[in-house]
Design a binder for this molecule. Structure first.
Ligand code: DC
Length: 231
C-alpha cells in the first residue's frame, strides 16, 4: 500500500508521542521520537560538564558533537524503540527532570539541529514513518503528506507530565513541572533556529478535553484519507 510521511508537532506534553506511536503501530510504520535525540545530546552535555545551572559551554558542545552517536533500537518486548547514546541504552535516563530542564537550551544550538535533522531525514527516506517533535512539518519533512499540530492548556499538560513523573517514582512538585513546561514553551517558540510554529498546512488538534481514544480516531481517519489520496 502507498506509504506516507506523518509529522506530528506541538508543545511539550501534548501527547504527541502517544498518538504517534498508536498511529505507527496501527499502520505498521516506524515511529521516531525526535525529542529523544535532543534529550540524549543533553544527557551527554550534562555528563561532560557542558551544561549546568550556571554554565553552558556552547563551544565545547560544538566540538564534541562529532563524538555523539545516536541510534534507535527496538526489541520485541519493548513498547517503543529506545534511544542509544554511544552504544548505551539511555531511554529511561533522558526522561528525568534534569534533562528536561536543559534540553530546550541545547535544542537552540544550530549545529545540534543540523546534525539531528540530517539523521531524522535519513530515517524518513523510505516513508512509512511517523515522527514527532517541534520542527518535523516545517523543517525535517516539509513535504509530509499529513501534518498534525497538537495543543493543550499548559495546566493540563503539566498535570499529565506530573502524573508521568510520579508514576516513574520521581519526587517532584507540581509547580516545578508547570514552570518547566512554561519555560520550554517559551524557548521552543522563540528560538531563532526552527522555532515551534504550526506549519501552514498542518491540522491543529487541541486535546485539552479529548480522551485518547477519540483523539486517535480523529488522527487515524486523517491518515487513512491521506493514504488513499482522498484529501
Ligand atoms: O518532545 P520532547 O519534550 O521530548 O522534546 C524535548 C525538547 O527537545 C523540547 O523541549 C524541544 C526539543 N525538540 C526540538 O527542538 N525539536 C524537535 N524536533 C524535538 C524536540
Amino acid at each position: 500500500m502507498h506509504k506516507i510521511t506523518i509529522a506530528i508537532d506541538g508543545y511539550s506534553s501534548t501527547g504527541k508521542s502517544t498518538v504517534a506511536k498508536q498511529l505507527a503501530d496501527y499502520l505498521g510504520y516506524v515511529y521516531v521520537d525526535s525529542g529523544a535525540m535532543y534529550r540524549a545530546v543533553t544527557l551527554y552535555a550534562i555528563q561532560n560538564d557542558i551544561i549546568s545551572k550556571n554554565n553552558f559551554n556552547i563551544e565545547k558542545l560544538k566540538e564534541i558533537l562529532p563524538s555523539i552517536n545516536l541510534r534507535f533500537e527496538k526489541k520485541s518486548d519493548w513498547k517503543k524503540a529506545h534511544v542509544f547514546l554511544n552504544g548505551k541504552d539511555v531511554e529511561n535516563e533522558i526522561r528525568n527532570l534534569e534533562v528536561s530542564e536543559f534540553v530546550s537550551p541545547i535544542a537552540t544550538i544550530h549545529e545540534v539541529r543540523v546534525k539531528l535533522v540530517a539523521q531524522q531525514q535519513q530515517m524518513g527516506l523510505e516513508k512509512g514513518v511517523v515522527m514527532d517533535g517541534r520542527d518535523i512539518g516545517t523543517v525535517v519533512f516539509p513535504k509530509a503528506e499529513l501534518k498534525i499540530f497538537m495543543n493543550a492548556s499548559a495546566n493540563e499538560r503539566a498535570q499529565r507530565r506530573y502524573q508521568e513523573l510520579l508514576d516513574r517514582g520521581e519526587v517532584v512538585e507540581f509547580k516545578n513541572v508547570l514552570k518547566n513546561i512554561e519555560e520550554r514553551d517559551h524557548i521552543d517558540t522563540t528560538r531563532e533556529d526552527s522555532p515551534l510554529i504550526k506549519a501552514a498546512d498542518a491540522i491543529e488538534i487541541d486535546n485539552s478535553e479529548m480522551n485518547l481514544e477519540d483523539q486517535f480516531h480523529v488522527v487515524l481517519q486523517l491518515a487513512k484519507d491521506r493514504i488513499a489520496g482522498r484529501i
